[in-house]
Design a protein around this ligand. Structure first.
Ligand SMILES: [Fe+2]
Ligand SMILES: [Fe+2]
Length: 276
């Protein structure tokens, strides 16, 4: 069931422990963004986008919780489990950063979400298949796509606060993306040809879900009036038309090509259709 996306904060001991684990959050230049310096359309659009980042980061908390559980079940190396556990706190801090960005712009935009649907339900039957699929979907696809595209958005962002938020998030996301390579270094010797082909299909279906980002016309109506592009960029955002080629390039360079080198591949004709 969909409900308004809202966050609670406990304070006290919970906050103290979380701050000790992620002290950098408080060092960002909060309070330095004056929304009155931007057009209302740009502020409105950026508020909505940062709210959606907060939702996606919350989804990443759910995703890494599933990945961690699957890695435990398959008895992956203990240091890999410890590394993955640490990502949960990273993603919680990203939720906080993105929602505070939205607050700086006047408050979160109203969005309805179904948190029960956030966790991915892998189709594999064995612990190894479930771990393969979750690591592929979460680290090799979702994290690689989010990190690769955010790096380009950061390049254009001029205001120091959203820049600092992006830099903090991207520093962590680089580790989150590496998990996939490290995991498959361990898992590949246990994976047969049939499982590699299945993972290729998982990859294809995961990327089909992202295709609206490089085919933006049908699904993403332009806001009216359109916000000035330079203001959107200052606050951290590309227009859908600017984002589309970035999204396609990231999918090829950071997802399809590196996965093909370890044998997780999409058949050539499917690949062409996907990117067309
Ligand atoms: Fe994140
Ligand atoms: Fe992440």
């Amino acid at each position: 069931m969909k409900e308004p996306f809202e966050l609670e904060w406990m304070g006290g001991a919970a906050e103290h422990h979380f701050r000790k684990a992620r002290p950098e959050t408080e060092r960002l230049p909060w309070g330095s963004l004056d929304p009155s310096g931007y057009s209302p359309a740009a502020v409105e659009s950026a508020r909505g986008s940062w709210t959606e980042v907060a939702i996606n980061e919350y989804r990443a908390v759910a995703s890494f919780a599933e990945v961690l559980r699957a890695l435990v079940d398959v008895k992956a190396p203990l240091d890999l489990l410890g590394m993955t556990s640490d990502f949960l706190a990273d993603e919680c801090s990203h939720v906080e950063l993105a929602s505070r960005m939205a607050m700086e712009l006047g408050g979160a935009a109203p969005r309805a979400v179904d948190v029960d649907q956030f966790a991915m339900r892998p189709g594999g039957r064995t612990a190894l298949q479930r771990a393969n699929e979750l690591v592929l979907r979460v680290s090799c696809i979702a994290e690689a796509f989010a990190g690769g595209t955010a790096a380009v958005s950061l390049d254009k962002t001029t205001h120091p606060l959203p820049r600092a938020v992006y830099e903090t998030i991207l520093r962590d996301e680089a580790h989150h993306r590496r998990l996939g390579g490290l995991y498959f270094e361990w898992a590949l010797s246990r994976v047969d040809e049939a499982e590699l082909r299945r993972l290729g299909q998982v990859l294809l279906s995961g990327l089909k879900g992202l295709a609206p980002f490089w085919r933006p016309r049908a699904t993403r109506p332009e806001a009216s009036p359109a916000p000035p592009v330079d203001e959107l960029q200052a606050l951290g955002w590309l227009t859908p038309a600017q984002f589309a080629p970035v999204a396609r390039e990231v999918v090829v360079r950071d997802i399809l090509d590196p996965l093909a080198t370890i044998g997780i591949a999409v058949p050539a004709e499917d690949r062409a259709a996907l990117l067309g």
